[in-house]
Design a binder for this molecule. Sequence first.
Ligand SMILES: Cc1ncc(C[n+]2csc(CCOP(=O)(O)OP(=O)(O)O)c2C)c(N)n1
Length: 280
Amino acid sequence: MKPFNKKELEVLAARIRLETLKVIHSRGFGHVGGSMDLADLMAVLYGAVMNYDVKDPRWPDRDWLVLSKGHAGPVAYATFGLMGFYPLEEAYTLNHPHTRFPSHTDRKLTPGVDLTTGSLGQGVSTATGAALGNRIDGRQNHVFCVIGDGEADEGQVWEGLHFACAHKLDNIVYFIDNNGYQLDGPTADILPHSSLAAKAEAFGLYTQEIDGHDVAAIYQAIVNAYAKKGMPSCIVLDTCKGKGATFAEVNHEHSSQPKEDAWAEALAAAEKALAEAEKA
Ligand SMILES: Cc1ncc(C[n+]2csc(CCOP(=O)(O)OP(=O)(O)O)c2C)c(N)n1
């Protein structure tokens, strides 16, 4: 882990937000809401926490990221491009014919993607299996798995967490993106969970709940998770769906297809947020 540097990570998060918008803008529509709210997490993971080699994305000792909510692909493509896995502009082909950047993450197509996801729930199982496999192989690395709060409706999520606890997998950290919304409305109206943190804790995970847009809180929660031995960790991120996308944040949109003037406004706002972060 690199030492914590608030400004560096906040600038990176702002850059990831701007680039995520540009990636989706290249197609004109896509999963803005559930991508933008992960920018702060991605900045902390790729800017300070994870070990990886952009020249060797399959380096066996790397830390793994599994976006179980695979529809957040654009935020991963923006982050990986900024980190140097490929020229960033390549990701401005989101969902175009023959692109390496499909809307949902695919390990066979995109350098930096560790596991294919998109069918909600399944990434939790495969990430958990990867953590077990890494431990059997004697590796010291970690797996990070991002779950949506709507995705947590899937029974498979809880089977995966149960398995990780039973096998005392302390080399995996699950994040729950607790933005309160899923595809067709507020999570509380569709299948309320009461407290996802209380549920994860009851399953036996070392659980923390934090502001998912606070890079210092995210970094510290991961430090705490690393220090906890003999059990998997869960970090519930309280987030705002669509954070930083002017057209999506107000209504916490799941998929967005704004008109060109709304795109222009959002891109300008993201440029401004980046300039302000750089100046701070
Ligand atoms: C098994 C499965 N069922 C349904 C879908 C369709 N789907 C895609 S995203 C989504 C909502 C997910 O909500 P959430 O996990 O809260 O994601 P976020 O709000 O963070 O984007 C649904 C139902 C799917 N991808 N997989």
